[in-house]
Design a protein around this ligand. Sequence first.
Ligand code: ATP
Length: 290
Amino acid sequence: MKSASAQDSAGTNALSALIESVHLQGQPVLGEIGLQLKAGAWTAIVGPNGAGKSTLLRALAGLLPMRGRVQLFGQDWNTVAARERARQLAWLGQNEASSDVLSAYEVVMLGRLPHQAWLAPPSSADHAAVVQAMQQTQSWDWRERPLGRLSGGERQRVLLARALAVQAKVLLMDEPLAHLDPPHQADWLGLVRELVASGVAVVSVLHELNMALQADSLVVMQAGRVSSHGAPQRADTRAALQAVFDDRLHLIEVQGQWLALPAALAPARSEPKAFINANTNVLPLKRASE
Ligand SMILES: Nc1ncnc2c1ncn2[C@@H]1O[C@H](COP(=O)(O)OP(=O)(O)OP(=O)(O)O)[C@@H](O)[C@H]1O
C-alpha cells in the first residue's frame, strides 16, 4: 500500500522532457522526444544497442547539453539550483567510477553530500541513511573494504547503495543489473517496487527485457527516437518492442507475466504442451524462419 505522501505525489509528473535534439561530438544522437514520467512509477527504457537509451537518461538527468527542455516536478532543470537537483535526483551510471581506495561505507556516504553543509561532518541522519541503503543492497558486510577490492557485483551493490542513500524523489539508473546474479536481480526488483510504493519515480535503462516487462511503463527506443511509450500490458507497446528487435524475440505470457525469449529459443506453436498451457500466449504467431 502507498504511503500518504506517495498518494499525494502519485500521478504528478516527476520528469517532463521536450527534447528537440541532442548532439554528441557534433553527431545527432537523439531526435525529437517528448516524455512525461510519473512520480510513484517505474519506467524502463529499452531498445537495441546504440538506440540512444543512455543518452536519453543522461539528458533527463541534465547531464548533457541539448536543444529542448527537461522539467523536474514542473520546474525547468536549469532553474533548479545544483544542490537541490542533487538532492532530488539520484543517479547510478553505467560502469560508474568511484575512488577504489575509499571504503564501501565512505563511498555510500558520498550519496549524502547534497545533504551536508560544506566541510561539516556527517549527521546522524546521514549515517542512518547509509546504514539503511547498505542493508537494502546487502552490502553492509563489506562496509570496511576498499571499493577496489570488491567483485563486480559487490561493487555494483555498493554503488546502488550510494544512489539510494541520497533518498531522492527521482532515481535514474543505467543498466543497474550489470554484474548482479539472479537472486540479487530479484532483490533489485523488490527494492524498485518499494521505492515506487513510497512515491519515488524510478527510471532505468535495462537490457534484461524480462525485468523491464515488470515495469509500469516501457520507453521503447530505436535510432535516437522513442518508438513507443506505454504499459507492457498493452499490445501496441509489446509490438513496438518486437519491432525494434526486428522480431528476433518472442513475447510469451505465462500466468499473467510477459516474458521475452530470443526467437531461436522460443517454443514453436505446435510444440511442448508442458510449456505452452492454458495460461500461456506466444507472440508473434510467425516463426523466426517464416
Ligand atoms: N561521446 C559520443 N560521441 C559521439 N557519439 C556517441 C557518443 N556516445 C555515444 N554515441 C553514439 O550515440 C548513439 C547512442 O549511444 P547510447 O550510448 O545512448 O546508446 P544505448 O542505447 O545506450 O546503447 P547500448 O545499449 O549499446 O548501451 C550510438 O550510436 C553511439 O555510438
